[in-house]
Write a protein that binds this ligand. Sequence first.
Ligand code: AMP
Length: 385
Amino acid sequence: MLNIALFGPPGAGKGTQSDFLIKKYNLYYISTGDLLRKEMAEKSKLGMEAQSIIASGGLVSDEIIVQIIEKTITENHGANGFLFDGFPRTYIQAYILEGLMIKLHTSLNCLISLNVPEEVSVERLMNRGLTSGRSDDNEQVIRNRLNEYNEKTLPVLQFYRDKGIYIEVDGTREIDDVHHQITSIITNELSKSLFNIVLFGYPGSGRGSQGKALAKHFGLEYVATGPMLDQEIKQNTPTGKMIKELYENGQLVPDEIVVQLIEKKIAERKDIKGFIFKGFPRTLVQSYILDGLLQKHHSSISQIIEIEVPTLELISRLDARSKTDSCMPYDSSTAKIVKRLQEHESKTIPVIEKYNQLHGVSKVDGVGSFNEVFERMVKEIEKGK
Ligand code: AMP
């Protein structure tokens, strides 16, 4: 997701710049001012409460803003990204935005501040008042709006300076010039943001082979926890020695070890466009870990795909695999195969259900030749990009 907040005093040109940004980057536009005007036009309870405050140029309470913004965001959680105009306008709202982004497993990429001196704002708003039909575009109210901006909204900038995602643009330039400045900021943001896919499916559904091929095709890094653990053992690292001991005692590898390995992989990334995770997260706990790890690196899950294969087909595939050279130790007997399928059913299906509610999980039919499934997968990923 690409999430941007446009910041600046009234009249800085946020609305004008938003028009082109939402088209160019296919973003969902959220202007709290527009949402409030809609509530007022519908004479809703919220609209009636906000009316007199807006008319005087004051700021509507954070409680009202939470209600209108939460509703809009959750109704559009599948969007490519959000463009916020006129929000956050208070320090509290900056925290509210953080919380909302976490809820959607995403984060704000940057806050772009359109800087214009006060007199330019006043002049622009007075001109706009001639045609906008907005009763708050008159000099007295404009002055009040600017006072509110200086007092309550400017401190918001510090929040984003501290986070290191605050970027300034000279808003007094020509509209096209401002476009260009913003476009180059966003291009830079997009090159930083990772495209992360989580691949689900029962054992035998082809996650491994498809995941590797897809990683190659899209220039992503394939992250499979099983082979990562094996590699540590092979390289005889201190972690490898611990894993080996656990394996030998028939114990599960604790999440702490898996987390360290994935964390290392994410931190080491260089010139990587994103990751494909396979075999992780396997449990609800691991799903929280993955969210936290990505968040720490200013990233999030971009797409979740589940490869669907009927159970009988899975069993016959796993059985066939148990008779080949590439047989994994855990594929070697019917009892072990059944155990793995049951593990997936009881531990991983709840994870898929959780993600389905939060982000939506794309289902891909995993029956057919490798190439047929691969083509379906590529199509699904292209759709989500
Ligand atoms: P705008 O269209 O963004 O200029 O907003 C018009 C008016 O709506 C403002 O002067 C405020 O009274 C109110 N408003 C819009 N967004 C917010 C917000 N995030 N917090 C508080 N009040 C807001």
